[in-house]
Design a protein around this ligand. Structure first.
Ligand SMILES: [Zn+2]
Length: 262
């Protein structure tokens, strides 16, 4: 029997986890289909996913523990920059959060939250030019993110289910962090004023959350209300554009719990 290197096996496992058929992988990598089947079996066994044995568990389907603060953060990342691949019969669906290379700390935080919410599934980074997507495969994504649907989020109703509202209300700061980390930012505006005949520079830090969906902007406002942060909706071209936090005390609260991207 020919010996196939670790590299080929890793390639095969990546393809298999992506939902490819054993026969396709065998053909692509020129490996006997039986070998591919064996690798798949070993990989599943290692991850506790052997068919007929325990398939990876789900907080919604079989009540396993859910890391609620991590979920609150991940839910907000999903609402901001997340995408769930379409369900089809032969592919395991995946959740992908788009991250920028310029914020390695955020990418790390996203990965940590994903691992906490999906402790039995493998989380990986997929590099593209200028960005990396953080990805997890699970057959239970729709259980945890029932907002998944066809088309863009701003073209459809986005409403949290009661259990999600409970988690968001219990962990509002994690939710706000997730929103700012995905579709928000902290900026510093400045101006000069004459003080005693001298021009003096004044800086005004503020936070913005920009999202096209009225429902998602409203969720941001609801969460800010929960923690006593004052906000305003700014309008661009006659349409609500973003949620702005500019009052000094509110910015200070945001700085203590969210801070700039990193
Ligand atoms: Zn489930």
């Amino acid at each position: 029997m020919a010996h196939h290197g670790t590299e080929v096996r890793h390639k095969a496992l990546t393809l298999l986890r992506d939902g490819r058929f054993n026969a396709d992988v065998a053909r692509m990598l020129e490996v006997p289909v039986g070998t591919v089947g064996y690798w798949k079996h070993m990989d599943r066994a290692k991850r506790g996913e052997c068919p007929g044995r325990k398939v990876s568990s789900c907080p919604r389907c079989d009540g396993r523990d859910l890391d609620r603060p991590a979920y609150s953060y991940l839910l907000a990342l999903y609402l901001g920059d997340g995408h769930i691949s379409h369900y089809s019969t032969h592919r395991v669906p995946n959740l992908m959060i788009a991250c920028t290379e310029s914020w390695p700390g955020l990418m790390e935080e996203c990965e940590v939250a994903m691992k906490a919410v999906f402790p039995e599934n493998s989380v990986c980074r997929v590099r593209r030019t200028g960005c990396s997507n953080v990805k997890v495969y699970s057959r239970h994504l729709r259980c945890l993110f029932p907002q998944h649907g066809r088309g863009k989020k701003h073209d459809r109703l986005i409403a949290l289910e009661p259990w999600q509202v409970d988690i968001m209300r219990a962990h509002p700061w994690e939710f706000i962090r997730g929103l700012i980390h995905s579709d928000g930012c902290r900026v510093t505006n400045w101006t000069t004023r004459m003080v005693g005949g001298e021009p003096k520079r004044y800086e005004y830090p503020r936070y913005f959350f920009t999202n096209k969906s009225d429902d998602i902007r409203q969720l941001c406002c609801d969460a800010l209300d929960l923690v006593g942060v004052e906000w305003k909706i700014t309008v661009r071209a006659g349409k609500p554009f973003n949620v702005s936090v500019a009052r000094k005390a509110s910015v200070a609260l945001m700085d203590a719990h969210v801070g700039p991207k990193y």
